[in-house]
Design a protein around this ligand. Structure first.
Ligand code: ATP
Ligand code: MG
Length: 393
């Protein structure tokens, strides 16, 4: 008897036309995530099989698999020969180690050369368990334990434990997007939700040294590292925003400072998106959370770009966002107390109903185009993974 992990695909099975892309991307993502484990992977149109080799432990494999999008469930199975006595003996051994009072047997027989039809085999196995395990009975409607047996071409798989997968689509099938990542709670969650829908992300962080510290920057890197559990290779683009921010501070009516600052961030993001061949912008805006996230503010800020902007947490309450942040293990990092570039120049009364004409008028007071160009030309890009390396593009 050998333990094999069986992967059931998620929503992708419904997308017939794109099925190959989905399966191949998922295969690639699993290979990448498990590259340090000693395993063999096989795939077909409905399942993937992961076989641990030598003394490879199951636990680290399962841990990593639960974070891969596109997986409906992860089933630990016991692979045995298609021999009736071997199957019976192994089912009994597995069932004896599980606590249950009621049970049912579900046999799937895709191998029609196997001499016993599924229904009859259910009865044989049911009888075997009733005879050998005390105080149990059959309940086909609401059993404590369902024994699943799949009789395939070369082997039979006896299910032991089925673990819920992360769901969603494999990262990459939807295309690429840029995630505006601050050190806060919301944007990492937005990135996670985007990845869950199959978007491969690259992150963009605006820093304002010396007003923001190296600690704030390290915190953002740490967040990317956390997100890399869901997408192994994540690029982080760091934009020096100091000059732009100081010019806004000097030239702009304080009430409009945040609105203009965010219009600048969007303009820069649009250029990075084009440069990196991405399709959309993702951020952690949540309706009504702060002055720049009222609907009138969002309209005026969004006005600088035609790139689609998705806001995965737009309609979630802060508590719901926090719950997700805890689940994906970014919360503790996000609440570290380092300053953000948005908060250092925070005006007393940021406008909640900004006027587009006023923004355009204020923006004429300084040459933001050349400052944006300069910021983009000096972007620093790092790749965050297990091994970190630095490069510029
Ligand atoms: P968060 O908790 O993600 O920081 P927030 O509620 O503090 O969000 P804002 O500071 O207004 O809200 O930012 C809204 C969104 O804009 C963030 O979620 C993030 O996507 C983006 N953003 C803000 N500051 C930065 C930054 N310094 N670099 C990159 N993106 C940023
Ligand atoms: Mg923030």
């Amino acid at each position: 008897m050998k333990k094999i992990i069986l992967i059931k695909y998620g929503e992708l099975t419904t997308k017939k036309a794109n099925r190959n892309l989905f399966i191949n991307t998922l295969h690639q993502n699993i290979k990448e995530a498990l590259k340090e484990e000693n395993i063999k992977i096989e795939k077909n149109r409905v399942r993937m099989f992961i076989e641990p080799l030598d003394n490879q432990k199951l636990e680290p494999i399962i841990n990593k698999l639960t974070k891969i999008f596109g997986i409906h469930s992860i089933v630990i199975t016991n692979k045995v020969d298609n021999n009736i006595d071997t199957i019976k003996q192994n089912v009994l051994e597995i069932a004896k180690n599980i606590q249950f009072k009621t049970f049912k047997v579900e046999t799937k027989r895709s191998n029609k050369n196997f001499p016993i039809p599924s229904m009859e085999f259910n009865n044989i196995i049911g009888g075997l368990l009733l005879k050998n395990i005390p105080n149990i009975k059959v309940d086909i409607h609401n059993p404590d334990y369902t024994i699943k047996i799949e009789i395939r071409e070369n082997n039979t798989y006896i299910y032991e434990n089925e673990i819920k997968g992360a769901g969603g689509y494999p990262v990459g099938v939807a295309g690429k997007g840029i995630l505006m990542l601050s050190g806060g709670i919301d944007s990492p969650v937005a990135g996670y939700l985007a990845m869950k829908r199959g978007i491969k992300i690259e992150c963009l962080y605006f820093e304002s040294p010396p007003h923001t510290s190296i600690m704030a920057k390290n915190k953002v890197k740490q967040l990317v590292e956390k997100l890399s559990a869901y997408q192994p290779d994540i690029k982080l683009h760091i934009i020096n925003f100091t000059n732009i921010q100081e010019n806004i501070y000097k030239n702009i009516n304080p009430d409009y400072m945040i609105t203009i600052m965010r219009r600048m961030m969007y303009r820069i993001s649009e250029q990075i998106i084009t440069k990196r061949k991405c399709l959309i912008l993702i951020n952690g805006e949540s309706i009504g959370q702060v002055a720049s996230q009222t609907l009138p503010s969002m309209k005026v800020i969004n006005n600088v770009t035609n790139i689609p902007v998705i806001r995965p947490v737009a309609c979630l309450d802060k508590l719901e966002i926090i719950e997700l942040a805890k689940k994906i293990d970014t919360y503790e990092t996000s609440i570290l107390p380092y300053e953000d570039c948005c908060t250092i120049f925070l005006p007393k009364h940021p406008v909640i109903n900004p006027k587009l004409e006023k923004c355009i008028e204020y923006e004429k007071t300084f040459d933001y185009q050349s400052l944006i160009e300069e910021a983009i030309n000096t972007v620093e890009t790092i790749q965050i993974n297990n091994q970190k390396n630095k490069f510029n593009f």
